[in-house]
Design a protein around this ligand. Sequence first.
Ligand code: GDP
Length: 474
Amino acid sequence: MEMRVPLSSLTDSVTRRIEGTMASMTGLMADPVIRLGVTGLSRAGKTVFITGLVANLLDRGRMPQLKAHAAGRIEAVWLQPQPDMTLPRFAYEEHLAALTGDTPRWPASTRAVSELRLSFRVRPTGMFAGVQGVRTVHLDIIDYPGEWLLDLSLLGQSYEAWSDATFARIARRPQARDYLATARAEDGSRPLDESRAQALADSFTAYLNAAREDGYSDCTPGRFLLPGDLAGSPVLTFAPLPKPGDAPKGSLWHEMARRYEGYKSKVVRPFFRNHFARIDRQVVLVDALGAIHAGPQALEDLRRTMADILIAFRPGANSFLSQILMGKRVERILFAATKADHIHHTQHPRLTAIMEALLRDARDRANFAGARTEAMSLASLRATVEETVTRHGETVEAVRGRLMDGRQVALYPGELPADPARLLSPAREGAEGWLDAEFALMSFAPARTTLRPGEGPPHIRLDRAAEFLIGDRL
Ligand code: GDP
């Protein structure tokens, strides 16, 4: 929890108040805008989700659950230049070409924040149908790494507290062995030597990458994994260090602490101020199947990390956020388990129940300050078809897809338990493996599809997701 209110946040809140007033004044004349945030940890499926969603909003043949579409009220949808000229545009066309080309492949994942604007021309409903003409509604989709939300916890922590907490967390992780040895051999009271600082930061980054590779989710600071154009800059050249007895000005420890503070003020705060604070609707994507496949420890780590991520949506929990949001809040939050095409649809309710259980803790603590929330399982791009196969003389509900090497295979991943506690309890208790059964997964390639005119790529429940997120505004 942050105690002091730095001057920069005071001026932030004043600027934001003026922006807010301007927005509501111009709002009287301008077309309404929905700002939809899409986040999730690395590889959760953000890029594929946005690509699939946009393609299916442009061509709505597979979107029956989007009510405005089913009622025939959407006259047109088109892509527009986005309003924020300094943000990279989400590379929609490139990603769609990758997914739907002759040799379909998965697109390159989210590396940083990007944006895309989609505009809808809709006819009004009900009692306004007669009086109001056709309206235009803009949907700004903002894609950003979930790891960046985890950085929120750094704001309330000093360098010393962060270092201690990090050491406590990684002490027993084999991936951190090299880093721990390097850090312990260091004398933080000695004058800063840039090459040593760099070596420490590199070694810590190598740990973060290895931990993430092995399925850990709590890999912060977020920009160390996805540095973008900050790579090599001083704000990313720090690492946790044990506090020496004496850390004078100019010492390694002192300089590391200064850079850590620089990371907070120059990297973390601006992201929350400029992007996060303006989001109205949010979808948090979660690769729950991936974590279950990786085992109990990965699932428990995912559960804890999700709880940390969700703190960002309970602004009262953090004074910096309360400052910049000034009462504004995200109105709807969708928690979606992605890649549900890995399991037969009869198991989807179980996956959704696991999502709900994963989020229950976080949700119980405060119902996200009144935001509407929903859990769902979906596939942004359906890469499989369902199939009943015989296995050891038993028939099981499987899925069939094409592997990356081109082979067609049927996959029976195993049965998800009806009671999520069967997975979450052993995870919480630190079990090494699942007792009953292993849960298999395969990396399917996107299927080759020929899209009929008016149809977007195949998906599972993207229309329901869209209805929950933006349906009320269309
Ligand atoms: P990001 O890092 O959150 O942007 O994740 P991506 O959108 O790049 O997705 C990561 C990987 O997950 C992809 O390369 C695919 O292998 C897989 N994936 C994502 N969405 C789906 C889906 O709907 N179905 C299947 N089968 N795999 C998916």
